[in-house]
Design a protein around this ligand. Structure first.
Ligand code: 5AD
Ligand code: FES
Length: 362
């Protein structure tokens, strides 16, 4: 690696221009960057990878994001909503398989029935697992009051991707109405931090119209926002969405993947104590994409434990992996995969973000 690049990294000189330069690295220089990201994780946090059993409990969505396969205007997807019992069963599976924590994700709803249901469900999950299973929510934009209620009922981490930190680009990806408002999304992230959640965000990489300048700004956004956890991955086009019409302007899919790896490595170097997920979208492009993300500095993995008969209906993007497997298969497959890269599962641990404790210590 040219010494100037090494110097930027060693001196943590994270200017937008420098980040842009580093995001563009390929070949041996990229290898070196990814290794530095991986080494930073191993040195600071060790080789444990934390599991979050992901339950995609409903694909009913009131929003209409232009990129998302479960947007409300997509009539070609069968809608489902798992029963509380099915969710509880998945929670028990996670607990018994020592996953340590659970992520509840669904299409976005904010009606009272939904808010109340989640509240009760959180209490039921806590009761069914002796309070031992950590719970992360990924349920979109809600009022500060709803966030507070769910926090008090047992959720302690929340994921809300900003999708892109560039307001103009954000508006090109969403309908122009107050249900899809950039300012509101930012406010939600602030509310989550204020309520006391470990707060996660993230972006899609390789969106139509997105440049390395945008992505460098995304990295700085996450740092400046003092975010505790991040999930980010390549944008993958879905035929039944409006954004599909832009498929000809996209970076090649391998390019989106390589830049995603650079994003992971750089964010790890910029924020050594946060949690970074190796996302499913990485695996959708490369069969060992998640492993490569872990080797670049990711330390969280979210095995899908949604009952397998519904998995094929939660297609945010096409070619989503593991939609035919059952949770048991994923569990076995994962531990072998980790072993192959010298990592170990952080069984029975919540695997909280160390950054959160530093951020909130006063
Ligand atoms: N490609 C990649 N990621 C997507 N998501 C939604 N649609 C796509 C897509 N087509 C991501 C968004 C969302 C998360 C749950 O899934 O970032 O926040
Ligand atoms: Fe469901 Fe965007 S389409 S939240």
């Amino acid at each position: 690696m040219k010494s100037t690049i090494r110097n930027i990294i060693l001196s943590a000189d994270w200017t937008a221009k420098n980040l842009e330069k580093l995001l563009a690295l390929r070949g041996d220089e990229q290898k070196e960057l990814l290794k530095l990201g991986g080494d930073c994780l191993l040195k600071g946090r060790g080789n444990e990878v934390y599991y979050r059993g992901l339950v995609e409990f409903s694909n009913i969505c009131t929003k209409d994001c232009f990129y998302c396969g479960i947007r409300k205007s997509n009539r070609n997807t069968a809608r489902y909503d798992l029963s509380d019992d099915a969710v509880l069963e998945a929670a028990r599976f996670a607990h018994e398989h020592r996953y340590g924590s659970l992520v509840l994700q669904a299409g976005e709803r904010d009606d009272l029935v939904f808010v109340e249901r989640i509240d009760q469900l959180l209490k039921k999950i806590k009761a069914a697992t002796n309070g031992e299973l950590g719970i992360t929510l990924s349920l979109g934009e809600q009022t500060a009051e709803t966030y507070r209620r769910w926090f008090e009922s047992g959720a302690h981490r929340y994921l809300l991707r900003i999708e892109t930190s560039d307001e103009m680009l954000y508006h090109q990806l969403h309908p122009n109405d107050d249900k899809h408002n950039f300012e509101k999304r930012l406010q939600c992230l602030k509310d989550l931090q204020k309520v006391g959640y470990q707060t996660g965000t993230g972006v899609m990489i390789g969106l139509p119209g997105q440049t390395l300048t945008h992505l460098a700004a995304d990295l700085l956004f996450m740092k400046n926002f003092d975010i505790d956890m991040v999930g980010m991955g390549p944008y993958i086009e879905h035929e039944e969405t409006p954004l599909y019409s832009e498929k000809n302007v996209l970076w090649p899919i391998q390019e989106r993947f390589l830049i995603s790896l650079n994003m992971v490595a750089l964010l790890r170097l910029m924020m050594p104590d946060i949690n970074i997920a190796a996302t499913t979208a990485m695996q959708a492009i490369d069969p060992v994409g998640r492993e490569k993300a872990m080797q670049a500095g990711a330390n969280v993995i979210m095995p899908n434990i949604t009952p397998s008969n519904q998995r094929r209906n939660y297609l945010l993007y096409q070619n989503k992996p593991c939609t035919d497997e059952g949770a048991d298969d994923c569990s076995n497959c994962l531990s072998i995969r980790l072993e192959m890269i010298g990592r170990v599962p952080g069984y029975d641990q919540w695997g909280d973000s160390e950054h959160f404790f530093r951020r909130t210590k006063s």
